[in-house]
Design a protein around this ligand. Structure first.
Ligand code: NAP
Length: 250
């Protein structure tokens, strides 16, 4: 059995997460592909990896649910027996609303999936990777957003606030575990062509916003995956607490 390093990618079934899974496998990682409901898409990512000679496994679990998170990490333990990387990628937006229209339910769901889920997943990863817990070290990459800087007025300020929380969480956790063999970094994607925009009711958002991007185009999931894989890799051995904009200058 291979003893190649193992990375868990939350929301690995589609978009940026799927691109991370495919690139990680090409770079020698064994990959745990988490998904919430898109089983077929997750299994397609696993098939692409295994057909190319890599090793991957799809794991269902809603990162907005503590029990699902615990079960997901237990499945990684059983199947792979080690964990070296975590990509906290799963995230949601919602329909455009002003703050004075938002319900408690909407805001709580946004924060539960984007923030609480990421923090709980990182905690599970630290329990497995930290030298304090007899782990061999590892790397965590959180997926933030340029929204954390720009604020997303009239679209989803709650989403932007959730990503600002991810930025601060990245800095704090990086310092908390820096001496325990774990690096923690984040990327801030800009406008990336994925299904995310359609899930917020704006399927043409990436194309429509292209003129507002200094590089005049949306980015691809693969371009974000490249940055994430760099931060996961030993090439970033002295990089922790960093937040890398992948936004075409936006
Ligand atoms: P996407 O195409 O909508 O894909 C989202 C992925 O997250 C899917 O694999 C989905 O799984 C998974 N997911 C959603 N809710 C989940 C939950 N509760 N538990 C587990 N998995 C869940 O989105 P994307 O554009 O790739 O976005 C990925 C990350 O990048 C997010 O954190 C997003 O905020 C961030 N981001 C995206 C952009 C952009 O322009 N696209 C810009 C900045 C930041 P299912 O398929 O099972 O639903």
């Amino acid at each position: 059995m291979s003893n190649a390093p193992v990375v868990l990618v939350t929301g690995g079934s589609r978009g940026i997460g799927a691109a991370v899974c495919r690139l990680a496998a090409r770079q020698g990682w064994r990959v745990a592909v988490n998904y919430a409901s898109s089983r077929q898409a997750a299994e397609a990512v696993v098939a692409t990896i295994t057909e190319a000679g890599g090793e991957a496994m799809a794991i269902q679990g809603d990162v907005g649910t503590a029990a699902d998170i615990a079960a997901m990490f237990a499945a990684v333990d059983r199947h792979f027996g080690r964990l070296d990387g975590l990509v906290n990628n799963a995230g949601i937006v919602d329909y455009p609303q002003r703050v004075d229209e938002m319900s408690m339910e909407r805001i709580e769901r946004m924060l539960r999936v984007n923030v609480t889920g990421s923090i709980l997943c990182a905690g599970e990863a630290v329990r497995r990777m930290s030298s304090r817990h007899n782990g061999r070290g590892g790397a965590i990459v959180n997926v933030s957003s340029m929204a954390a800087i720009l604020g997303s007025a009239t679209q989803y300020v709650d989403y932007a606030a959730s990503k600002a929380a991810i930025d601060t969480f990245t800095i704090g956790l990086a310092r908390e575990v820096a001496a325990e063999g774990i690096r923690v970094n984040a990327v801030r994607p800009g406008i990336i062509e994925t299904d995310l925009h359609a899930s917020g009711g704006l399927p043409d958002r990436a194309r429509e916003m292209a003129p507002s991007v200094p590089m005049q185009r949306p980015g691809t999931a693969e371009e974000v995956a490249d940055a994430i894989l760099y931060l996961l890799s030993p090439s970033a051995s002295y990089v922790t607490g960093a937040i890398l904009n992948v936004s075409g200058g936006r």
